[in-house]
Design a protein around this ligand. Structure first.
Ligand code: ATR
Length: 276
């Protein structure tokens, strides 16, 4: 922590070394004239509760929590927003005036803003496929369903997890289905979102041919300095757009910044500063 007068924020996670969040928040702060400090701290699941308690006890104002801490942050929060309750995962903790800690999840809203505003990819009346059924998928189902796609299929290596997630979110619409990758044969989608962690190891789920409809788009929730394996798959399969999740990262950060500071930064300027 820097000083008694600077508001302190941090992102906790493991691994955290390559996190772009400190740079993003420092750019937001500069742009909006806010004085704050934002650090990345390597925190594993075993020490999350004690480290988070210590952080807030020392006057910390807010935390972002990333892999593998989002479920623990959900447990840690005193109150939850509706979207965090739905996701059963928290990526943003905010100290409230009464000293309690609010848990929110800005991932889904960050994704939807990046898709619909930054990339002009519509979700309404589209056939949508999500690859993966882990924490990343859980966080985006509800905000995606709010955009009224005609169909949402969740496909996963472990089929039971996809079916379980689809069942859990059935109240949002009976167009949600879960299956394995083999179950995708013969189906076509207007938008495919990769929410598996396969990209991080440069791997791809086994995807059938002709999965992507004509003029369909691909979006990888992961990002990297080079195009991810899934972004390359999209390009090879003639996607109209095939993009990574850098914009989602900046948009979820902007939403967290808004929760903490009450001011919305200009995200495009920050996205551009990374893409150059
Ligand atoms: P996250 O919070 O990033 O979603 P997670 O909860 O561990 O992380 O989930 C990782 C997801 O990526 C899971 O859906 C996982 O599939 P399983 O449920 O079958 O484990 C998926 N995944 C990871 N590596 C994969 C690979 N090489 N091929 C296909 N799916 C993979």
């Amino acid at each position: 922590m820097t000083s008694m007068t600077t508001d302190n924020y941090a992102v906790f996670g493991q691994p955290i070394k390559h996190s772009k969040s400190p740079k993003i928040h420092q750019l937001f702060a500069k742009q909006t004239g806010q004085v704050l400090d934002y650090r990345a701290e390597e925190v594993g699941a075993d020490i999350f509760n004690t480290t988070a308690n210590y952080f807030f006890a020392k006057g910390g104002k807010g935390l972002n929590c990333t892999v593998p801490l989002k479920e623990l942050a959900y447990q840690f929060a005193d109150q939850l927003t509706e979207r965090a309750e739905f996701a059963k995962a928290v990526n943003t903790l905010a100290l409230q005036k009464d000293g309690s800690i609010l848990g929110d999840n800005t991932d889904g809203c960050g994704l939807v803003t990046d898709l619909t505003v930054n990339h002009q990819i519509k979700l309404k009346n589209t056939r949508l496929l999500i690859l993966g059924a882990g924490g990343a998928t859980r966080g985006i189902i509800s905000p995606i369903m709010q955009q009224s796609p005609t169909q949402l299929v969740i496909a996963n290596r472990t089929i039971a997890k996809a079916i379980g997630l689809a069942a859990e979110f059935q109240s949002l619409g009976d167009s949600i289905k879960g299956c394995g990758f083999e179950g995708l044969a013969g189906m076509q989608f207007d938008l495919i979102l990769n929410a598996t962690s396969a990209s991080l190891s440069n791997e791809l789920p086994p995807l059938p041919k002709n999965l992507l409809a004509e003029n369909g788009c691909c979006y990888d929730l992961a990002y990297g300095n080079e195009p991810t394996a899934f972004v390359r798959w999209g390009i090879e399969n003639n996607a109209l757009k095939s993009v990574d999740g850098l914009g989602m990262l900046v948009e979820q950060a902007a939403e967290a910044f808004y929760i903490w500071r009450g001011i919305r930064p200009d995200t495009q300027a920050v996205i551009n500063s990374f893409s150059l």
